[in-house]
Design a binder for this molecule. Sequence first.
Ligand code: AMP
Length: 392
Amino acid sequence: MREHPQNQINVWMPGSTIGILGGGQLGRMMILEGRKMGYRFVTLDPSPDCPGGQAADRHITAGFEDVEAARLLAEESDLITYEFENAEDTVVEMLESSASLPQGSRLLRLTRHRIREKRALEGAGIPVAPYRKVTDPGVFREAVNSLGFPCVLKTTTGGYDGKGQWVFRSWGEVEAFHGPEPEREYILEKWVPFVKEISVIVARSVRGEVKAFPPAWNTHRRQILHQSVVPAPVEPSVLERADALARRVAEKLDVVGLIAVEMFLLEDGTLYVNELAPRPHNSGHYTFEACVTSQFEQHIRALCGLPLGSTRLLTPAVMINILGEDTEQFQRRMTDLPPEVKVHWYGKMENRPGRKMGHLTVLGSTLEEALATAERLQGTLPIMNRGVEFSR
Ligand code: AMP
């Protein structure tokens, strides 16, 4: 470590060791980028052969609630980051007080609770979809009454990829619903009739420098991200507002590192922020090949006190996720892939439906070309037979 001469900011030089809480594909890709820059990595994850652990210098096999294992991670690392939001409070607090955790714990606590997150966004003057807090069945009905149909009930914590979410279109569906559970807290949101979902990944460094990546247009299948298209085919004024909103989030919430800002674009051009993720994000995987700096490299630069890299788009790109159910057939067709398609494989041992096993990035000299290649793939590979919607 070296102290920055002007403002006493810690600068972590290549050769420093970065500890990562979590060993999934996000950690793996962070490590692959960070090793190019000369950093060393230790991961902590319950699975001994997790994607991140395979790429790290050292792996600690332990549960995320294991404070002693987290202490070992801290001892072996110069600084710590995380690749998922649901770390235990006790572990994060210990890491914050006894190790260097440049991102802090405040943002993590905010973003893993949907109501706290919405309130923080509102406080920062960021528009969000109308919502109500739901604590019991009586409050649930009142909330449905005031927001109207359709609406979506979500658990305030622990949900991801559409898990812990229920959509209601009528009172009949409300009557048939066995819940909400009395001891849990939920949020009921008005269903937003969006025309597109877009996301912007923005980095803010320990030095306060902010840079945003170009917005991606995201489509989901069964509430799991299916593909990201960049540049997002929306009006230039929407791109500018999305960029400004994401920067505002990073600055107002004192973000350090990356934050992914997911937004709904409405017919009239309104943007609502739906969700934040204070880490690298699936919709930013395109940056590996398509931008001067990848999101993973940017995260490391931001934490280590280095100047942020350029986020300039070098080429249009379409990123497509490969899920467990696609894997076998996809691998059989690997030899047919066009040369403008890059494959990322996460090395997961167990292949389950809905599990993200890898992704493809389709490049093109124009967006039309990248989309046409992606569409051709759709005809030959099972992965895209889930019906890619190129316009909505
Ligand atoms: P989330 O876990 O909040 O990101 O939700 C997963 C996906 O469900 C989103 O990407 C949307 O496609 C959809 N969704 C969630 N909340 C809403 C909403 N209030 N209105 C419309 N679509 C939603």
